[in-house]
Design a protein. Sequence first.
Length: 554
Amino acid sequence: MNKKWWHDKVAYQIYPKSFYDSNGDGIGDIPGIISKLDYLQDLGIDIIWLSPCYRSPLADQGYDISDYYDIDPRFGTMEDMERLIAEAKKRNMYILMDLVVNHCSDEHEWFKKACEDPDGKYGNFFYLRDKKEGELPTNWRSYFGGPVWEDLPGTSKQYLHLFHKKQPDLNWENPEVREEIYKNINWWLDKGLGGFRIDAIINIKKALPLRDYEPDRVDGLSSVHKMLADASGVGTFLGEMRDRTFKKYDAFSVGEVFNEKEEELPEFIGENGYFSTMFDFNETIFGGSEKGWYDAAPITPDDYKKCCFETQRKIGDIGFVSNIIENHDEPRGVSRYIPEGDCCPESKKMLAALNFMLRGLPFIYQGQELGMENVPFRSIEEVDDISSLDEYKVALEAGCTPEEALNAVRRFSRDNARTPMQWTSGENAGFTTGEPWLKPNPNYTSINAASQENDPDSVRSFYKKLISLRKNPEYKETIVYGTLEPLWEDRHNLMAYYRKGDKTLLVIGNYQRDMQSVTLPSPFRKILLNNYPDMTAEGLTVTLHSYQILILEL
Ligand code: GLC
Ligand code: CA
């Protein structure tokens, strides 16, 4: 594998609205991020991905962009953004922006012009169809609920939106649209960005001609996934985008890719792939149901292990996958992947190490390094996220009681990850001096950065150790490029694997509350990391404590 500048890095995702508010308006902002760069540098972060902070009505929290060349005033100014890039550079850090180009906002000037003249140039920037009484152009269900078609204001047409109605899909079949997008990407790369995280990108290719699919819910609509599985040729667009933009800058790109076909992996992330890397969502989609969140199955430790290893096997040395425990679209990983009632510093550290030591590029989502947990929402009124509100409705319509529906939202709501970053035990978790746009998780008094920064046994300090192990010149080659080989794969509630390069490392996690013994295949030389102060070993037999994780050099 040809080495790339980003292979040995550690990435961190910031959700700007909830990271740090510098001016007391209750909304996190870019100056707030700048003031926390030292915090991130201290942790060992190299690459920072910012969820969108372009000008936006924030109908989907910035994933609905009304001006790709501007910063939303709530997040700051273009000067702030330039200063952030420069300040990051001083610390050898790279800034990634979020590239949201499957759709724009209905407040973007392209869309406004399309409304004014649907048969003109900008009409062809979108998917428009003539409106027919009592009949939709297709029966697809949008990701956030309801049909994907909405009336185009002031016209006799309808437009397509796979996401929210304020997120009209851009017509990638139109070369003028693609030109506009490439121009914008290059404009940002010229400003010194390290690259982009690429949003919802698999949706840009629609199966043409647009048609109905088999309905899969009582609403008579069909999941968009059926149409996407039927679409081919997305690679033509992605390859063109790579060549016209990222490639010329040696920029980093990480794709939000779902449901890729296995045989396409080399085209996506192999040598000269469309993207540098893409996220592994195998664990996050596990247990999902076509019916909705209320019907989703929980994931067990054995399932988690299986999902991780499945991805590792599939990717092999084709390329580099990006490993996550959570992001802004998912519940907190510790609440999801650790059996109920067992969330504690030890189990959080175990999960962290199991994920971090996988082959690939580790991404940490803000607050993950503190072990932030899901939010105990008391009522649906406390939830802001549009997809959670839709899933709540879906659950009620399917016959769930309000409490059952709320439980589904508690388990999966995107707002679990969107509450303010917990900086201190002070008011509003130290996130803002004003009224926060979303209430902090009440557990901020015990889980916060201030109390963890100088505590050598904190979850944050453990993350720091994991990061410095990845960067340790002695082990770096093995951790970054070594192969991954599962061990004791059939053992219940145990996840273990080798990383083999110029060294041989063994990662062993006792993924349960009870103790458990293993017999090492050979003696170990050194304990590289341990979430307990001790290790119980007799000869080759090691007895692991509750949720103990060991990284051994053999
Ligand atoms: C991606 C984003 C998500 C957003 C959606 C539409 O999945 O991560 O937050 O709602 O795309 O842009
Ligand atoms: Ca602010």
